[in-house]
Unconditional design. Structure first.
Length: 642
């Protein structure tokens, strides 16, 4: 009865109370323990404010503030980022060699000058105890495999089972027996390399690392240089097995994720709890914009909240570089304010919430200003991040320039030199009927084209076509790719020109911007693999999205005006508008169109109460949801429709 009264109270006072006060637990939540990482993890990481130079005193000061100010809002992890084992002396930097502190077994241990409580072989034990006493969980950043410093010293390997040096086949194994110098970390080649996990000695070394972290009291491991461009599925798999067997859970995170794809993520998601899908995110507008396509792709691929290690896994859009920061790659601590203006910060925080990315704040909490604090603790955003569902990009919007313009529809800039105008080729969710417009046109016995069904006005004399070609495989590639890409094909810009259509171009750096589709040299890559379905849709192996062709005169700028939608646990609908353009834009959506992506909600003739969280405006509408959004800004509506 009390739950029914509370539910009615929350519904009636929806616009006057914060959602977190009104969340009613389900019957399952009342009687069972939550899964590991059942919601996107939330915490603070030292990198954006301290680079690698943070000391024990600075870290514990920060942890105390997180405990007092952010823990009530669900921020529970405090994480020491990379190189905690590196001496802070002249000549030491990210890829320097010979400045690390390692034990007799070649394992990194905290630099005792920066972490004095680690002396005497205690590692991070004392720091972890203090963090736990604050009601928080303690995390560290670790690198792949073994360090080059340990390899050069040829340190012995520790056998965690026997408690002595690892011996096999009558000999003692050492670092040079397991290290793979040819597989050094690409961005820290003088730092770390993979180990041979096909050898029991290599597995023994990794086991000794992670059992030591558990003994220290570590609750969160951020494992770097094993995903994306640096994928090492063997090491990820073995580490996951070690963590699964521990008597208490350790949250397992992968980083970085440059060039990560949904297909790649499906191979690791059940082994981990979160994984980076972008390169490093910093406080530039270009970085914020670059996250829209990648978050859309992972949502479409149903990766948000998929099964993970002892619970769930979450695509990670990287830390939030807000507040008081340092500079990327620097050897110094926080010294400047975030470069993003408030509208841009709201856009970033809103996307992270709607995409259900882990929220790891990166600014210096010792100088946490009220504006930043209010943003990262906004109750509606946190409610969406933890408890919303059906999170996806919403395409049924219009964007017009300013309230005084005559409904001028935005269009993309012309891409010079492309075979097909990039404004004509785009990507769409495959359920969109407009995506079912492709068919095969035979040219001769060996050559076929896949063409769009209709002309696009004066721009094309004939409907646009792509040239069909099965992937050409070298002998060594054939067995690897035959099953993975069976039934797929390359689509060339023109016959004889080895430029293939990319469904979602690779992002080696977060700060690169791409259109919805482009042509690049053909290669074996999921981005360039397409399958033509019987209904006329052309689906991409990387993103799970379908290729579309639109009129240049009528296309809304999908790269400049974006929207996301989700549903809440009380039946509410969350609708976010994003204006990525350099000018103020009026963005609109019809209430009836919400049913196109939420078909179980019958919104025909519905009346929707709405509240927009940034402006505080509220009202009732039956037809149009519309608002003027500042350049680089966002709007976030909470709707109750009946």
């Amino acid at each position: 009865m009390k739950i029914l009264v509370l539910s009615f109270f929350c519904y009636f006072f929806f616009f006057f109370f914060t959602p977190s006060l009104c969340r009613v637990p389900s019957e399952t939540q009342l009687v069972t323990e939550p899964e590991h990482a059942s919601t996107p993890p939330r915490g603070w990481n030292s990198y954006d404010s301290f680079c690698w130079t943070i000391s024990e005193e600075e870290f514990l000061q920060s942890a105390e503030i997180v405990s007092n100010r952010l823990k009530p809002h669900g921020y529970e992890y405090v994480v020491v980022d990379y190189l905690w084992y590196r001496r802070k002396v002249e000549g030491a930097y990210t890829d320097s060699l010979g400045f690390d502190v390692i034990d007799e077994w070649g394992r990194p241990i905290p630099d005792p000058e920066r972490w004095p409580s680690s002396k005497g072989g205690k590692g991070f034990s004392e720091v972890a105890k203090k963090v736990h006493s604050m009601g928080l969980k303690f995390g560290i950043h670790v690198m792949r495999g073994i360090s080059l410093q340990a390899f050069n010293a040829n340190t012995p390997i520790f056998d965690s089972v026997k408690g002595s040096a690892y011996k096999e086949s009558g000999r003692q194994w050492r670092a040079k027996d397991i290290g793979l110098k040819e597989r050094a970390c690409a961005w820290m080649s003088h730092g770390f390399m993979s180990v041979n996990t096909n050898q029991e000695a290599g597995r023994a070394f990794l086991r000794s690392l992670y059992l030591q972290y558990a003994e220290w009291g570590v609750d969160f491991v951020k494992h770097d240089c094993v995903f994306g461009d640096d994928l090492d599925i063997d090491e990820i798999t073995f580490v996951s097995e070690v963590l699964r067997k521990l008597d208490r859970p350790i949250l397992y995170s992968l980083s970085p994720g440059a060039s990560a794809t949904p297909a790649m993520a499906k191979d690791v998601s059940e082994l981990v709890n979160m994984y980076r899908i972008t390169g490093d995110d910093w406080d530039t507008w270009r970085d914020v914009v670059s996250h829209f396509d990648i978050s859309r792709d992972f949502s479409t691929s149903k990766m948000i909240g998929a099964k993970g290690l002892l619970g769930r896994s979450w695509p990670d859009l990287d830390m939030l570089p807000l507040g008081w920061l340092t500079d990327p790659g620097s050897n110094e601590g926080p010294h400047r304010l975030c470069n993003l203006n408030l509208d841009e910060q709201r856009t970033q925080m809103t996307l992270w919430a709607m995409a259900k990315s882990p929220l790891m704040f990166g600014g210096d909490v010792r100088k946490l200003d009220e504006t930043t604090y209010n943003l990262i603790t906004n109750p509606t955003l946190l409610e969406i991040n933890s408890f919303s569902s059906n999170n996806m990009e919403f395409r049924y919007i219009t964007g017009t320039e300013g309230s005084t313009s005559k409904n001028k529809v935005l269009s993309k800039d012309l891409a010079e030199g492309s075979i097909l105008d990039r404004r004509a080729l785009g990507l769409s969710v495959c359920m969109d009927p407009k995506a079912n417009g492709w068919s095969i046109k035979a040219l001769d016995q060996d050559l076929e084209k896949i063409c769009w069904k209709e002309k696009l006005g004066s721009k094309f004399e004939e409907p646009p076509c792509l040239y069909k070609r099965k992937p050409l495989l070298a002998s060594g590639e054939e067995m690897i790719y035959k099953q993975q890409y069976e039934g797929t094909l390359h689509l060339l810009a023109s016959d004889g020109m080895e430029l293939c259509f990319d469904g979602s171009p690779r992002r080696r750096l977060t700060s690169k911007e791409f259109g919805g589709g482009s042509f690049s040299p053909c290669k074996m890559d999921a981005n360039q693999m397409w399958e033509l379905n019987a209904n006329g849709s052309l689906i991409n192996s990387y993103s799970g999205l379908c290729a579309t062709v639109g009129s240049l005169e009528a296309d809304v700028d999908s790269s400049g005006t974006r929207s996301w939608i989700a549903t809440g646990i009380r039946g509410e609908i969350y609708l976010a508008f994003f204006n990525l353009n350099p000018e103020k834009i009026v963005i609109s959506a019809n209430v009836a169109d919400l049913s196109k992506v939420l078909p179980w909600k019958n919104l025909k003739g519905a009346s929707c109460k709405y509240r927009e969280i940034w402006s505080g405006n509220y009202g009732v509408t039956k037809q149009l949801i519309s608002i003027a959004v500042e350049r680089h800004g966002s709007a976030l509506f909470v709707l109750l429709c009946d």
